[in-house]
Design a protein around this ligand. Sequence first.
Ligand code: GLN
Length: 455
Amino acid sequence: MSILEKTELIKNKELKAEDNVENFMEIINKKNKSINALLEVNEERAVKKAEEISRKIKNNEKVGSLAGLVFAVKANINVEDFTISAASKTLENYIGSYDATVIKKIKEEDGIIIGMTNLDEFAAGSSTESSYYGLTNNPSAPGRISGGSSGGSAAAIASHMCDIAIGSDTGGSIRNPASHCGVIGFKPTYGGVSRQGLLDLSMSLDQIGPIANDVSGIAIALNNLISHDPHECTSLKWDTPNFLDAINTDDLNGKKIATIKQFHEITDDKINKVIDDSIDKIEDIGGEIVELDFNYIDLALPTYYLINYVEFFSSTRKYDGRKYGYKIEDACGDEVLRRIKLGSYISQQEFSGKYYKKALQSRSLIRTEINKLLKDVDLIVGPTVPKLPHKIGDKLDPMEMYAYDVLTVIANLGGIPAGSIKAGESNGIPVGLQIQGKPEEDYKILELMHLLEVR
Ligand code: GLN
């Protein structure tokens, strides 16, 4: 049953919202201990909300478009009365005192929040191994990392602990774990979804988005998450389509779909094999495939990480231990400390324009180039992640960890929408296809995802 079908069953009184919650609770109770996708669960509040929805339905009152759907939220997004730890000891005692804009919207539309998901500490990572609360196992490839930083959200979806999980994506954190866990993850156009209430990793790159098991779930989520936020200066005024219409397309009608030579060159052969099959499929469903060059691939990671360090350093200055939590430098793990130290160093050097200014110039080069490539085509497709998820216990150095992100950071640097959908498997390990589009053409990505899902 798709998420769309489920919402109809609930509205038509064929499935009770309470039963939807209880079914998920059963799975959570059975599996979460070993998977560690959810850091906190509140069954009581979820059931109460479900009962309220059922009452409205019984009385034939109008309910919201998310009525009875169960959500899990990455623990770096504020939800009232849950622990918003960002998986850091720094904030282990910080209880959300308000709802982020996206959470308000989910609640208004009668979505049910069941709990908070695991992540890399402050979303700074690609494996969810740096969580203060322990790593998240990959339900689709046991014994391997779930990816990150929204590893808990992707694993919650892959193990069917909720209908829709909310993540954040600064350099790939929705798409990377979606790829490793074999589910669908979507990073909308920058500015489409309000960031108000999200703990920043790197504010000029951060974007909130959904993870789900089917395209209708992503579409329903986007219909609610994307909207103008007058309190946020980067928020877009965007006349959005009904994203659910994307699941009615039945042909690509000659849409031009690009592959990028350099994306293939840096990717593991095992992954390319799976991706090539997907590209053949896209041709079968009416896409016209063209190959393009992206000449700045070597700049992607240095540019991304420089900007990330500087913006993260600045956003962590509020964690000084005076108002709430501990002083971050006293409580955080290695990767977070590395970013704070390097961000501080780079900021101090800034009078000479040595690093950050160069990173901004290189960012605008990357943005111009990716948008130029997209001018002549509808979408760009390729691998989401260039290598398979490593085994739990394998120790990676920082550069090896960063290398996971080379194909995903481009969309954040360029502000463009991008999603990942399962393309297939390599030796039983899921492989994701990344689909990128022009700003505000998120809809086209969903259309292609839908066609791949049904064929
Ligand atoms: N892995 C990237 C990083 O460590 C991306 C993280 C993210 O998107 N939140 O910064």
